[in-house]
Design a protein around this ligand. Structure first.
Ligand code: DGT
Ligand code: CA
Ligand code: CA
Ligand code: ZN
Length: 584
């Protein structure tokens, strides 16, 4: 084994390219590092073996000097050249690249002309109007930068659910091991599986809270204690996450769990129901406040589960994902809550990239990954030719990939069936990136907007609808293009797009990438009622990202979707037929 694995070497080569770009080095040199990174990604042999045999230079894009650098990384685990350019680049510059709208050229010119090397310096210069005066920038760019900075500020206070759940689960399992903890749950927006969360809420049932609070406020992950009490403590973790812990007596746990799971609006609705019945309900329990009201506890003992509490109100159990005051209480009283889709209903997914375009793993590795997850099928959908940045496939490469897939299916090497697809760019006028003769060879086509994102709403909506009407189109990828906490959706009239999909029998995906979660859950209930079908996709760019279907399922559940609304719950025979009928 070498001292550094392939993924890490690739990451460093890509970072070197970025650093060189920031320094204004010529584009050939920059591209050399990107090409070498790509070449390593496509390498099927073990990188350490290749280095030891001295055959690195046989690979495309790797010359003498890059081969030496890669070998140093693999064998020594470090590279002085990389460390040197990293040291000589102000660390703030890489951070500036993360501001929406700032590429390496702009960052470099801000650095050289205005000596801007941090977010704070950028904000100051923009507020003083200095950026507007800069050649190549102007007043509009300055305003865009200020907007992006504002968004950054508010967004920094929230966290992606996907990151939060991992931390929350590890704290929960430690809590459960403490001897005084009788019951423990994650509550709040994390439990409701909201796409982003403000803080982590933990609830514990115990009759001896003191040692638990002592433990919670003194853990190694704690950076700051904001409150330390018997029933409530608040800490900030080293990575900036706020965590609230509430401890209630064991017999109040179920009431407190409903209260602290929320949402606030859901809670208020329940409390109103209680008042109408002559009761008062809060986080501690339920009391009869109006003489002569029906005693909810008359027949049964005090409720100890959420189910029992909802039953007191003659409501069926409402899963946490639905507690957003979006009609769930009415449906629960009419016994018409949906039978929500579950992760185990998913039999495959269609939006997946390989190292042929911008994925990190080869097609075979991706299929193996799908096999390990027990999927019956997997669709391969690399980027199309106009997506240079993502190394999109041209006519020849996509044709070869289709052949390769047909052969793999025939060989029966892998258990999952492989569908040949494409994530096809929607060009700025709404036409597709390939001619019909290529598109017709594919089993399915995902259409996505990856360019001209600034178009106005009318233009962009028309563009999308034109692409939806294309007979080869199967489904729309990440329909609003939002990147959570970073980039707003592009200007698109979603209800028109939904209607066009329904009218043309096209599907909209739920993109399970935790940063996208697109189309948003808030639209799915109404859209599915009108007949829109869904496909839950991982948009995986690496084997471990196939697991993103899980966050996609969260969106579907929050959007009231059932198995029947989601095409990739169909068994192989049915999905084959379904897809081929859509794509004659
Ligand atoms: P977040 O943290 O912003 O992502 O959202 P939540 O829902 O986790 O909100 P958080 O942490 O402020 O409070 C947790 C739960 O506690 C919330 O979902 C409902 C309940 N709660 C908090 N404040 C109130 C309130 O003023 N009234 C009611 N009825 N419930 C509240
Ligand atoms: Ca919370
Ligand atoms: Ca909270
Ligand atoms: Zn895409």
């Amino acid at each position: 084994m070498g001292k550094m694995d392939k993924d890490e070497v690739v990451r460093i080569l890509e970072e070197i390219a970025e650093l060189l770009e920031l320094k204004g080095e010529n584009s050939f040199k920059v591209r050399a590092y990107r090409n070498a990174a790509r070449s390593l990604l496509n390498m099927e042999k073990d990188l350490t073996d290749v280095v030891k045999k001295g055959t690195l230079i046989d690979y495309p894009g790797i010359g003498e000097s890059l081969a030496t650098k890669i070998a140093t990384l693999v064998l020594k685990g470090r590279l002085p050249y990389y460390e040197k350019i990293k040291r000589s680049t102000p660390s703030g510059l890489q951070e500036l690249l993360q501001v929406q709208g700032l590429g390496p050229k702009k960052v470099q010119s801000l650095n050289q002309k205005l000596r801007i090397r941090s977010i704070e310096e950028l904000r100051k210069a923009a507020n003083q109007g200095k950026i507007a005066k800069l050649k190549g920038f102007g007043a509009k760019t300055e305003k865009n930068i200020l907007d992006a900075l504002d968004r950054r500020k508010t967004n920094q206070k929230r966290h992606l659910w996907w990151n939060a759940i991992e931390i929350a689960n590890s704290v929960l399992s430690s809590l459960k091991k403490l001897k005084d903890v009788k019951k423990a749950e994650i509550a709040g927006s994390v439990r409701r599986k909201l796409e982003t969360v403000g803080d982590l809420d933990f609830l514990v049932g115990s009759n001896n809270p003191k040692p638990i609070m002592e433990w919670f406020t003194t853990q190694p992950f704690v950076a700051k204690v904001l409150a330390h009490g018997e029933t409530k403590s608040i800490i900030i973790s080293a990575d900036g996450m706020q965590m609230d812990l509430r401890i209630v007596p064991v017999n109040q746990f179920a009431f407190a769990l409903i209260y602290f799971t929320g949402s606030k609006e859901h809670n208020i609705k329940i409390r109103e129901k209680a008042v109408k019945l002559g009761w008062s309900m809060n986080e501690y329990g339920l009391e009869i406040i109006k003489r002569g009201s029906k005693n909810p506890f008359a027949k049964s003992k005090r409720p100890s589960t959420e189910e029992e509490i909802y039953r007191l109100f003659n409501l069926s159990y409402i899963p946490p994902e639905l507690r957003e005051n979006m009609g769930e209480l009415e449906a629960a009283s009419k016994r018409s809550l949906p039978h929500l889709i579950e992760e185990r209903d998913i039999r495959g997914s269609f939006h997946n990239h390989t190292s042929a375009s911008d994925g990190r793993n080869t097609m075979k590795e991706m299929i193996e990954g799908a096999q390990k997850l027990g999927w019956e099928y997997i669709g391969i959908s690399d980027h199309s030719k106009s997506d240079y940045q993502a190394n999109g496939l041209n006519e020849e490469r996509i044709t070869n990939q289709i052949d390769e897939i047909r052969k793999l299916n025939a060989s029966k090497i892998f258990r999952p069936y492989i569908f040949a697809g494409l994530e096809c760019n929607i060009l700025s006028n709404g036409s597709l990136d390939f001619s019909d003769s290529i598109l017709q060879k594919l089993d399915y086509v995902i259409i996505s907007v990856h360019s001209s994102l600034q178009q106005d709403e009318k233009t962009l909506t028309k563009r999308l609808i034109r692409a939806i009407e294309h007979p080869s189109t199967t489904m729309v990828g990440h329909v609003t293009g939002r990147v959570l906490l970073q980039r707003d959706p592009y200007a698109v009239n979603l209800s028109k797009v939904i209607d066009a999909c329904i009218a043309n029998h096209k599907i909209i995906e739920i993109n399970g990438n935790p940063m996208r979660m697109d189309m948003d859950w808030r639209y799915w209930h109404a859209a599915s009622q009108k007949g829109l079908l869904c496909c839950i996709n991982a948009d995986a760019h690496a084997v471990d990202q196939l697991a993103f279907v899980r966050s996609g399922v969260n969106v579907a559940r929050k959007g009231w979707l059932e198995k029947k609304n989601v095409i990739n719950t169909l068994p192989l025979i049915k999905i084959k037929k379904f897809i081929s009928q859509m794509h004659p």
